[in-house]
Design a protein around this ligand. Structure first.
Ligand code: DSN
Length: 415
């Protein structure tokens, strides 16, 4: 087969990829808490010939011939994830976090079953029961809320909500919560109600992998995650469980909700998990948290109010009413100055999800670039100056900072 370099085969896509590489490398500070930068080895695996093949089924039990090497790759990914998280069973095929949660629910629930999940505006995810999502549509969800005073999920609220709603399954795990998931409270709630325990650790998976955030295993029945946030891997989803649920989980992924797995993505996950077994991975994850705490202190010194007063994890949630502006306004001012964050509702927000009172700011991607506490304190000052309207000068300083912390080797000629 004739080889066509992308620049010849499709100059328009090639150009867009070059532009995106340039944006990531040298245009802006990436502070969206759910984003990160993968190693070039992960990019290589994702761009491989595994994209050419169907591999429905699981290692040793496929519906197509010729899957020997796909089996090798999938087994490596599964075994590495088991080793890292202490899980008895792992399914690495979910295409994304939503698909992982879909299959996880259907491995143990039927339509109409009762589930207890967090209020979305209190840091939950659409797949944790929001009415616009399949989860809220198919299952009978009730919610537990953040304590208005402490702005944390507290034991009493969780256990009370479980007693009241008597759920078949309880979901924890959050997209915009700056504190540890209070696993003890969920353990207690599930014991009282005999509910299945599920947690979605997508945001804190890297911290869990490194032993910095409490690990839900061995107590949890089902743990879902994405592989591309703090974990710093190829984009995708993953379900971990105890052995007794292995067949139900696997069946709920294929054939119930997915067809052929994206094996090039599974290869990317395998490589990411291999890198998460390296000795320096724990240091990287600890640096993410140290950086988030330095950012939190710097923002507070700049007059920002932070939800719950700080952070234990990789993100902060800033209440922009402390700066007399909405989350939407702050997101736009920061983007103009080269700082990319997202507007986010804060607990008990009176504004809609399209406007919001908060911004969510994360440190995983800047930590991958090699930044440490002193840079994050400086970034907090830049954020303070940017929301005060000092756009042009801040943008110049952002570009200088990015130049000091290059991302990809030979970024000019790769993407
Ligand atoms: N979109 C992700 C986030 O930003 O947290 C959740 O799926």
């Amino acid at each position: 087969m004739q080889h066509h370099p992308l620049s010849d085969a499709d100059p328009e896509v090639h150009n867009a990829l070059k532009n995106e590489m340039n944006r990531q490398e040298s245009d802006s500070l990436e502070m969206i808490a759910s984003e990160n930068f993968v190693n070039q080895a992960v990019l290589e695996a994702q761009g491989s010939v595994l994209t050419n093949k169907y591999a429905e089924g699981y290692p040793g039990n496929r519906y197509y011939a010729g899957c020997e090497y796909h089996d090798d790759v999938e087994n490596l990914a599964r075994e590495r994830a088991k080793d890292i998280f202490g899980a008895e069973h792992v399914n690495v095929q979910p295409h994304a976090g939503s698909q992982a949660n879909f299959a996880a629910y259907f491995s143990v629930l039927e339509k109409g079953d009762r589930v207890l999940g967090p209020v979305l505006a209190h840091g939950g995810h659409l797949t944790h029961g929001h009415p616009v999502n399949f989860s809220g549509h198919i299952f009978d969800f009730d919610t537990y809320a953040i304590d208005e005073e402490t702005e944390r999920f507290e034991r009493d609220e969780i256990v009370e909500a479980a007693r009241e709603h008597d759920p078949d399954l309880i979901v924890s795990g959050y997209s915009a919560y700056p504190r540890e998931i209070p696993f003890d409270a969920f353990r207690e709630a599930a014991e009282e109600t005999d509910a299945v325990l599920m947690t979605d650790i997508a945001h804190v998976a890297g911290l869990v992998a490194a032993g910095i955030h409490e690990n839900p295993f061995p107590d949890w029945d089902i743990v879902t995650t994405t592989t591309h946030k703090t974990l710093r891997g190829a984009r995708g989803g993953m379900i971990m469980s105890r052995e007794g649920l292995a067949e139900d989980i696997d069946r709920a992924v294929f054939p119930f909700s997915q067809g052929g797995p994206l094996m090039h993505q599974v290869a990317g996950k395998a490589v990411s998990l291999r890198l998460a077994q390296e000795r320096d991975y724990r240091e990287y994850q600890q640096q993410i948290v140290d950086n988030a705490q330095a950012l939190a202190e710097g923002l507070q010194e700049n007059g920002f109010r932070l939800v719950s007063g700080g952070t234990d994890v990789h993100l902060v949630l800033a209440d922009m009413s402390s700066k007399d502006m909405t989350g939407k306004e702050a997101e736009s001012l920061l983007e103009d100055a080269g700082i990319v964050v997202n507007k986010n509702m804060i607990p008990y927000d009176e504004r809609s999800a399209k406007v919001t009172s908060g911004v969510r700011i994360g440190t995983p991607a800047l930590t991958t670039r090699g930044m440490e506490e002193s840079e994050l304190r400086y970034v907090a000052d830049l954020i303070g100056r940017a929301v005060n309207g000092e756009t042009d000068r801040v943008r110049e300083e952002v570009e200088d900072l990015l130049h000091e912390f290059p991302l990809y080797e030979d970024a000019e000629n790769s993407y």
